[in-house]
Ligand binder design. Structure first.
Ligand code: CO
Length: 208
């Protein structure tokens, strides 16, 4: 696509929105109160708004390679704190996806430079669940399962934060783990048992 087309597309989009509601952008400019924080992969095939069927203003979004929630990543932690403590979202979602290049790279022995410390988080997920993963003979099935377990562990990482613990206690904030299947377009709820996981790790991770 030619870069100029981006601006043509934008003009057409503005026109379309205004034809439905002449005050659309004026109203958007007044502020945001999204119910969801979505943490997903940067993969170009997985766009939060499209797969959830939501409009601008409805979901606060953070994306990085392989949808990681790393304790020392100032970026994701800032997004989380702003969304939970200031915007007061009611749901925090970690959304992984099958065919994730980040997870695939972490399953291989290769020096990927600056990506090494980032992808190391996924290798740690593998190590935690090595018994289950190594028992899966089919490589594609093992890859898919690691994608799901990675989502689950990032949900656990969310529960370790003060922002999530406090908001859960005060207003019942919930954490969800989803996987998007690029091949079918389907969004799958992993049905992470949030209260159960929380109860099992709070002895060690309780902050609030
Ligand atoms: Co990905």
């Amino acid at each position: 696509m030619k870069i100029q087309n981006v601006f043509k597309n934008n003009e057409a989009w503005v026109k379309e929105k205004l034809s439905i509601d002449p005050h659309y952008f004026e109203n958007l400019s007044k502020g945001q109160s999204p119910e969801f924080l979505y943490i997903g992969c940067s993969d170009s095939r997985v766009t939060a708004e499209d797969i959830m069927g939501v409009q601008p203003g409805e979901v606060f979004v953070h994306r990085n390679i392989a949808n990681l929630v790393n304790n020392v990543d100032l970026n994701v932690m800032s997004v989380l704190n702003y969304a939970v403590r200031h915007l007061k979202v009611q749901h925090v979602v970690v959304c992984g996806h099958y065919y994730c290049g980040g997870v695939k790279a972490a399953m291989q022995s290769a020096d990927l430079g600056i990506l090494n410390p980032w992808l190391r988080n996924i290798r740690d997920v593998y190590r935690l669940h090595a018994a289950e993963l190594n028992a899966i003979a089919d490589e594609d099935a093992r890859y898919n399962r690691l994608i799901e377990l990675n989502v689950q562990e990032q949900c656990v990482n969310l529960i370790k934060t003060a922002a999530v613990q406090q908001a859960h206690k005060e207003r019942g904030l919930l954490v969800h783990g989803w996987v998007f299947d690029v091949k079918t377009g389907k969004l799958i709820d992993l049905k992470i048992d949030f209260p159960k996981i929380m109860a099992s790790i709070m002895e060690i991770y309780r902050i609030v």
